[in-house]
Design a protein around this ligand. Sequence first.
Ligand code: GLA
Length: 472
Amino acid sequence: MADVEEPVPVFTSLQGVYGKGDTLYEAQSRYQRLKTKFFETYGHIPDLYARAPGRVNLIGEHIDYEGYSVLPMALLHDTIVAIRKQDANNNHQTVRVVNIDNHKFPGFVFPAEPLQEVDRSKHQWANYVLCAYKGVFDHVKAKGLEIKTPYSGYDILVDGIVPMGAGVSSSSAIVCASAIAIMAAEGLNFSKREVAEFTCICERHIGTQSGGMDQAISLMAKKGVAKLIDFNPIRATDVVLPRKGAFVIANSLTVSTKAVSAASEYNYRVVECRLAAMVLAVRLGMALEGVQNVNTLSDIEGLCIAFADARGESSPLLAVETHLHEKPYTAHEIEDVIQRAKHVFSEAQRVYQFREAVLSSEADDVKLRRLGNLMNESHTSCSKLYDCSCPELEELVKVCRANGALGARLTGAGWGGCVVSLVEEGSVSSFLESLKKEFFRSRIDSGRIKEEDLDTYAFASKPSGGAAILNL
Ligand code: GLA
């Protein structure tokens, strides 16, 4: 059975998920604290726990919703959800959601009714749990399984340590962990692929038309390897990164508010790409009935390649250059759309070049330089063509490159959030020191961040394991 068709794994010990050493000790204390707080809050201990990790995308930005493959890895930082199904004889079934940090993230109660709408006008963290709740029941219904009414209620306690607004997928970690917790509390388990698909769809209730990368890697990640994620259908292939390289994630300290500013930024890009795809489809001679079904640039890639082929070339970019410039659109009107399409097609190629470089038989240091160059090109494309960077990200990328990064690029949606750098394994600590001096020091001195929190803003990460259910 392919990995993605396996059910979400169920563990009976923390060791299975968190390994050994410090990571395990930290996990033990988090789960113990959750259990105690759950009892204090609800008067019972949880039935079970679920966890889902955040991710860092190494390359392939803003192309998942265009149908192209991406190459992320999971972080060790995760969200844990403790859950208990409410007693069946209680007539007032509700979904009660509390966060371990209830000062910053106030609790929330919603009726046990999967058809309710997510209130987009009030952006609150618990909406992600509501998305997951709706997603599980929609999926159960879509599979034709019986749903007993009145619906059961749940008591939920959440503990997340994935940095928020940092472009490392804290929102999908809540959605995925909540979804598999609710699924398990109902005695159900679906394949990782199904969960990745339905969590991607249900997270859109928040208002962002995201692609499926974040949920897919959270579900399908494997310790020690990054994943090449393909879409339609979702597939995940191991990518073994060169041993001598390490990835360092550093936060620009500018919040990437994907959900709040979605309409003007993220969703706008989705629409621009769709527009580019439809214009190209018409220009390349697709019949009008067909054009109506064109949604993404990958839908018309074949036409673009045939166009290039007939002219002795191979890149889909030729069609963009030729056709998106033609009348009746003015150059100004179509300018942004051309840029977006160029980014998407070139970034899609870089993902494959990255994978080829990883698989090549070159020496590690040659490989690392190639990977670094591709990451740098990806950043330039995100910044210049896709316009999803910001001054703080630019500054941080510069600092990273000036201090030995072989490649550095914004990661995630952008407009803030983190930079991921590829550095040589042996120079991780000196690299982190330089970032502290050249980027974070002034922010510490001005009181923006605390020195003791620095390791939550800049850290090295190895690929970690994926989402899991824990019956402890
Ligand atoms: C967000 C979305 C993803 C992806 C990235 C950009 O994280 O949730 O689906 O589009 O932005 O690559």
